[in-house]
Design a protein around this ligand. Structure first.
Ligand code: ADP
Ligand code: MG
Length: 271
């Protein structure tokens, strides 16, 4: 029997191995990425728990986006390994949805909102790419979840940044993935969009999915997330928010770039 055949996928999308324990949604071991001579990510390990909401935190240029891209095979790894639900990414890619950093997408090309969301259904559309009525219904239901159904026929390039971000989230929802990787989903969005996005992410977690966000707003970490990975090229700390998102670890991650006064405002434990 092949490895795949002995896996049991539960309705929530979780994978249990033959021993009945839950597979780690994302495990990163010794990952190093370099664009030039100096590594952007150096020997990072991470183990993202199932059904968690994880924040990847670190200063600008810390390698947060690069780490996600290395997981997805968008940038090559110099060394290290990545497994998704216990398998290499290439075998588990259908279980992963990715929302890139918004600034990295150029929408000069005219595309309707509904078509952007349909891209999330790419696997289901099959070789002939036949769009059936139920695909349209699924795409509209995903737009409904992010409060954008009234914009289905609009051009994506004509929407505000926050509206675009909701549409990209709808596309990720259409993929019906088990692991969601989002790069700064709250960057530059209005308060209503932030609320709408966090509500959807929390509903994914309640539905036993795993969510990982690169996140820059330290003030909302404790409210939004339960697990954190602090990086600055190297891994600085990883663990539950309650014990890991501490002033000491933030100081270690940001160095002099984060004022002590700012850390004090976060009202963290003294650990
Ligand atoms: P973060 O997301 O934490 O802000 P990035 O992963 O985007 O950081 O970038 C990490 C480092 O790698 C930065 O110094 C950045 O300038 C560099 N970098 C990112 N992408 C590229 C690229 N395509 N080519 C060259 N250098 C890059
Ligand atoms: Mg980034």
């Amino acid at each position: 029997m092949s490895e795949a055949a002995v896996e049991l996928v539960s309705p929530g999308g979780q994978t249990t191995n033959p021993h009945g324990s839950v597979e780690t949604p994302l495990a990163v071991q010794g990952v190093t990425v370099s664009y030039g001579e100096k590594p952007a990510v150096f020997s990072v390990d991470a183990s993202i728990p199932a059904e968690s909401m994880t924040a990847i935190i670190g200063p600008n240029g810390a390698g947060k986006s690069t780490l996600l891209k290395a997981v997805l095979g968008i940038v090559p790894r110099l060394s290290g390994s990545v497994t998704v639900f216990g398998e290499p990414f290439t075998r588990a890619r259908h279980r992963v949805a990715y929302v890139p950093q918004r600034a990295s997408v150029d929408w000069d090309f005219p595309t309707r909102v509904i078509d952007v969301v349909m891209m999330g259904l790419f696997r289901e559309l099959g070789l002939l790419k036949l769009v059936r009525r139920e695909h349209h219904k699924t795409a509209l239901a995903c737009l409904e979840r992010v409060g954008m159904v009234d914009f289905a026929q609009r051009q994506i390039g004509q929407l505000s940044g926050g509206q675009q971000q909701r549409v990209f989230l709808a596309r990720a929802l259409a993929q019906n993935a088990d692991l969601y990787l989002l790069d700064e989903p709250f960057a530059g969005v209005d308060a209503a969009t932030e609320r709408a996005i966090i509500d959807v992410l929390k509903s994914l977690k309640a539905d036993k999915r795993t969510v990982v966000c690169v996140h820059h707003d330290l003030a909302t970490v404790a409210d939004y997330f339960d697990h954190v990975l602090l990086i600055n090229v190297r891994k600085m700390a990883e663990g539950p928010v309650a014990t890991t998102f501490t002033g000491k670890n933030l100081q270690k991650t940001y160095g002099g770039r984060l004022a002590t006064a700012h850390i004090d405002q976060l009202n963290l434990s003294a650990a």
